[in-house]
Design a protein around this ligand. Structure first.
Ligand code: SF4
Length: 242
């Protein structure tokens, strides 16, 4: 007889918070603690994250390296002919749009802070960061959450494809949610100080065990706390939530 896990569409906030906190502990017990270690330059983080949109990480990183090789200073990237910059980062795809976005971002920081720096983000909370940078093309909540969490160690929980899938399968948010709604919901559900660790644990789990197709539920240490697994046992599952 397994536990009856609540439906996230009707469960109250307190119940969902307790469920997430329980899973944070389950992952910590099985995978150990995972702490933020190295601060990285948020200016580079923003540009690199803009390059990752709609492409693979290796292509985005390659585009970033080619860009920095051709234009070693941010001012060179900013002042480069936009078509030439687009050509340089072609491997990242959507290169005309990305070149324009990168130059708009650099133009904004130069005009606002007098230099090509995004250090103002250091220690900034997510809402303030959104007010400060969110009006720039391409700099939306996922981009800012990624830079704050991974470059600066701010306690915010980014939601990418893997994390979105896991949050729905585990039963933290309804299956119908899109990544933006999941991000908003999870902001109130992840225990304070655990965002970075839990995000990394879910990414790892999504790659190794809870893949989009054919999740390995039988060998999953989180199955007793997983709504998807429960519905699988009940025979109520209607399809694999990818
Ligand atoms: S039990 Fe299955 S669906 Fe649930 S987290 Fe584990 S692998 Fe994913």
């Amino acid at each position: 007889m397994h536990r009856h896990l609540p439906d996230p569409a009707s469960a109250d906030h307190k119940t969902l918070r307790a469920r997430v906190a329980e899973l944070v502990k389950v992952f910590e017990k099985n995978k150990g603690p995972h702490r933020f270690q190295n601060r990285r330059d948020p200016m580079a983080g923003l540009v690199q994250t803009l390059l990752t949109h709609n492409t693979t990480d290796p292509n985005a990183f390659e585009a970033f390296d080619r860009m920095k090789e051709r234009y070693p200073e941010w001012k060179d990237v900013h002042k480069a002919p936009v078509k030439e910059l687009a050509e340089t980062i072609r491997i990242a795809g959507l290169n005309n749009q990305k070149a324009d976005r990168i130059q708009k971002l650099l133009g904004f920081v130069k005009q606002t802070y007098g230099d090509y720096t995004a250090d103002v983000l250091d220690g900034m909370d997510f809402d303030t960061a959104m007010k400060t940078f969110g009006h720039l093309p391409g700099v939306k909540q996922k981009t800012l959450a990624v830079v704050l969490a991974f470059d600066l160690g701010v306690d915010v929980f980014p939601v990418d494809t893997h994390v979105h899938r896991l949050c729905r399968r585990l039963g933290f948010v309804p299956d119908s949610y899109d990544p933006v709604k999941t991000f908003k919901a999870m902001r109130d559900l992840v225990p304070k100080g655990k965002s970075y660790q839990f995000h990394m644990h879910l990414i790892w789990h999504g790659r190794k065990t809870c893949q989009a197709r054919n999740p390995k539920c039988d060998s999953c240490f989180a199955r007793e706390q997983c709504l998807y697994y429960q519905t699988l046992q009940d025979g109520t599952i209607t399809g694999v939530k990818e």
